[in-house]
Structure formats: C-alpha cells, structure tokens
Write a protein that binds this ligand. Structure first.
Ligand code: FES
Ligand code: FES
Length: 181
C-alpha cells in the first residue's frame, strides 16, 4: 500500500493481476484499465447491464463492485470467453440480433451466466438441465438494456442458443425466422 492507494490482486481471465488502486475504484474501471475494453461504461448506476462481468463465475455489474470487494477473486470478461461465446455469437448473427453492438458484450456475459446457472442448479438437484421458459429468460435478462434492437431479435437468438444447449421445450412455439426485428 502507498499513499491513499490499496494493493489488490485478482485473477483476470486466468492471469494474476496486481495493482495499487484508489479504495473506491470500481471493478469496471479496473478491467478497462487492464485492456478489457469489451466491458462498456454506460450508466454507471446499475441500470443498463453493459458493464456485466463474472466475479467467481457469477454475473455482476462491475460499475457497482468496488475493488476492495473484487480483491482476491476471479474476474472474467468477454475477452476470456472467446471460445465459449462463439456459438451464441453465431446465433446472434443468424437472428440479426446485433445492430450497433454496444450492448452485446454485456448480453453475452449474462446469457452464458444463465446457462451456467441452469447447469449448476440442475446438477445440485440431481436432474437434467432443461430449457428455460420465456418468462425465465425475460426475467434473467431484464437488466440488459438495448437502444437498437427492440429485443425481439435478441430474444430469438437467446432462444435459439438455449435450444441448442437444452433442447426445445415441448409446448414452445417454433422460432420463426424474421419474427419482429
Ligand atoms: S454501466 Fe454498470 S449497469 Fe450500466
Ligand atoms: S445493438 Fe445497439 S445498444 Fe443494443
């Protein structure tokens, strides 16, 4: 520690990173300062979801996490999930779910986190993971704001991706190409 700074150490995308930071520095500022520019700075008031990263494998809003809380933990950004995110990125392209793209990294982090949570919860209960309902997906992703797509194409992409992972729910209507935009 030096002056008013505190020493922190995190594992960022698999690599140990140490730094001296101001006590009130946000995890958002920290990851961007360390090259993770996929993490977007927008509202900074926990309202848009664009700054979503994983802290120990769980999605968090990095604008709301001070570095004192992240210290000693594992932080993952989209830069660390290139292989894992490829299939969902393809679903987004196939469904036209990306326009300016500014919200996409936060959305991808949340969709992959939702998939992980479904698998973890099912494993804890000793049951097969199942396709989330439309309501489940809407509730989980409600914090991801997008000013371009109107959400319909994003929802198609999420549903296509989840079906590729968990299979279609039997009572779900089929995904229609070109439904909304
Ligand atoms: S910048 Fe963190 S929620 Fe908007
Ligand atoms: S695609 Fe532009 S903000 Fe979502």
């Amino acid at each position: 520690m030096s002056g008013n700074l505190i020493d922190v150490a995190v594992v960022l995308n698999g690599k140990k990173v140490t730094a001296s930071v101001a006590p009130d520095q946000s995890l958002l500022a920290f990851v961007r300062d360390h090259g993770c520019k996929s993490v977007k700075c927008a509202c900074e008031t926990t309202n848009c979801g664009l700054c979503t990263v994983w802290l120990d494998g769980r999605a968090v809003l990095s604008c709301a996490v001070p570095m004192v809380r992240a210290n000693g933990h594992e932080v993952t950004t989209l830069e660390g999930l290139q292989a894992e995110s490829a299939d969902f990125a393809r679903c987004m392209a196939e469904e036209g779910a990306e326009q300016c793209g500014f919200c996409s990294p936060g959305l991808i982090m949340n969709v992959l986190a939702m998939e992980r949570e479904i698998r973890d919860r099912s494993a804890a209960q000793g049951i097969e993971p199942a396709m989330p309902t439309e309501d489940d997906m809407n509730a989980y992703l409600a914090g991801n704001l997008c000013r371009c797509t109107g959400y319909t194409s994003q929802r198609r992409a999420i549903r296509r991706y989840m079906e590729s992972r968990f299979g279609a729910a039997s009572d779900d209507a089929p995904v229609r190409a070109g439904e909304g935009e």
